[in-house]
Design a protein around this ligand. Structure first.
Ligand code: ADP
Ligand code: MN
Ligand code: MN
Ligand code: MN
Ligand code: MN
Length: 377
């Protein structure tokens, strides 16, 4: 049997497996997952006496927000509100992952749950999605990411301190040990997401060696942010087991190497129906209205557009950040209309601008705010 190691150390995963195969004595392990002060994934586990039927059966919990950059030490409690349940691919059934939103305590509020803390972007997104529910908004997000050695500076598959001998070209959708670096991680993550109930719709190797993509969607409304957030958490956990570091930086390596984005494919019920093409053009025109490019770019990465500015240069399959453009089948535009959508005169469009480290709650809400909300207010 192959011995597997965790974190590049001598921690033998086969020994862990021996213990984890012991009976769980009827208990359920619930892994509460939330986002910390820098939008990084955080988690901790609670033992339950039985499996919940819905989030309403799960207790509100709390954590030390002063340790995640989200609260002062003198009043450190942040509350966790269970929002969505997924199967736990790491522990297996009946154990679960619980996606949570983060709140201030309020003794007078139901369950003691107060307002969302500043990093709780889910609540505002949910409010918008509820308003436009009748439009049935779908999102399909293409998450690109880069694998690094445990040192965090050498892209996986690259020589230490150097560059691949061959430039970009053979790596995208590639096969072969000379091209595809990290497939065991990609395959593990793919199946783990399926098991979890994350709506993962595909994977592919990316243009820069060591870079990969998976797609989540189409998901309706708030599910998009929930499923993408959980898919990232699962990727972090899978990489941890392999002793590999995952980066969501939009331009992890300077120079003639592609950056990483989160293309966001979008449609409403009207766009998907007969005559939908006009609705698509209308939405794209709204995205191109004065001031909108700046507004959207500020929302498309967690640093007000600064991260993404390194990526949106006009080269490497991106459009320049200067100006909003759209076109059919054009990967050099800010937004692309798929050829099939043009042909069938209905379908969806792709916003190519969001950064790989974007907040899906902010991005999906922003798209709705510009493209759909005016029709509902
Ligand atoms: P690309 O050709 O840009 O690489 P991908 O195949 O990687 O596209 O991703 C396309 C995404 O769009 C998938 O997640 C898919 O589920 C999603 N998608 C397909 N149809 C729609 C639609 N009508 N509305 C929104 N998203 C959609
Ligand atoms: Mn403690
Ligand atoms: Mn893609
Ligand atoms: Mn891609
Ligand atoms: Mn794309």
């Amino acid at each position: 049997m192959n011995t597997q190691f965790s974190n590049g150390t001598k921690l033998d995963l086969a020994i862990q497996e021996r213990f984890c195969n012991l009976p769980n004595m009827g208990k359920v392990q619930a892994e509460y997952v939330w986002l910390g002060g820098g939008f990084e994934a955080r988690c901790k586990t609670k033992t339950l006496d039985k499996a919940p039927e819905s989030v309403a059966d799960l207790p509100v919990w709390n954590y030390d927000g002063s340790s995640t950059g989200q609260a002062p030490g003198s009043d450190s409690e942040v509350l966790l509100k269970p929002c969505a349940i997924f199967n736990d691919p790491f522990r297996g059934a009946p154990h679960i992952l619980v996606l949570c939103s983060t709140h201030l305590p309020d003794v007078d509020a139901p369950l003691g749950l107060g307002k969302g803390i500043p990093t709780n972007t889910r609540d505002a997104c949910n409010e918008i999605m509820e308003k436009v529910k009748a439009s049935e908004p779908w999102f399909g997000i293409e998450q690109e990411y880069t694998l690094f050695e445990a040192d965090g500076i050498t892209p996986f598959g690259w020589p230490k301190g150097g560059m691949p001998i061959r430039p970009q070209g053979p790596y995208y959708c590639s096969v072969g040990a000379e091209n595809a670096f990290g497939r065991p991680i990609v395959e593990s993550h793919y199946r783990a997401c399926m098991y979890a109930g994350v709506n993962i719709s595909g994977i592919n190797g990316e243009v820069m060696p060591g870079q990969w993509e998976y797609q989540v969607g189409p998901c309706t409304g708030i599910d998009s942010g929930d499923h993408l957030t959980m898919s990232r958490y699962i990727l972090n956990r899978v990489c941890e087991q392999f002793g590999i570091v995952v980066s969501y930086d939009p331009k992890p390596i300077e120079g003639d190497w592609n950056g990483a984005g989160c293309h966001t494919n979008f449609s409403t019920k009207e766009m998907r129906e007969e005559g939908g093409y006009d609705k698509i053009i209308e939405a794209l025109e709204r995205l191109g209205a004065p001031g909108k490019q700046e507004e959207h770019l500020a929302a498309y990465d967690p640093n007000g557009g600064k991260d993404n500015a390194r990526r949106l240069t006009g080269a490497h399959e991106t459009a320049s950040a200067e100006k909003f453009t759209y076109g059919v089948a054009n990967r050099g535009c800010s937004a692309r209309i798929p050829r099939m959508t043009e042909k069938e005169k209905k379908g969806y469009f792709e916003d190519r601008r969001p950064s790989s480290n974007m907040d899906p709650y902010i991005v999906t809400a922003k798209i709705i705010e510009t493209c759909v909300l005016p029709d509902f207010s």
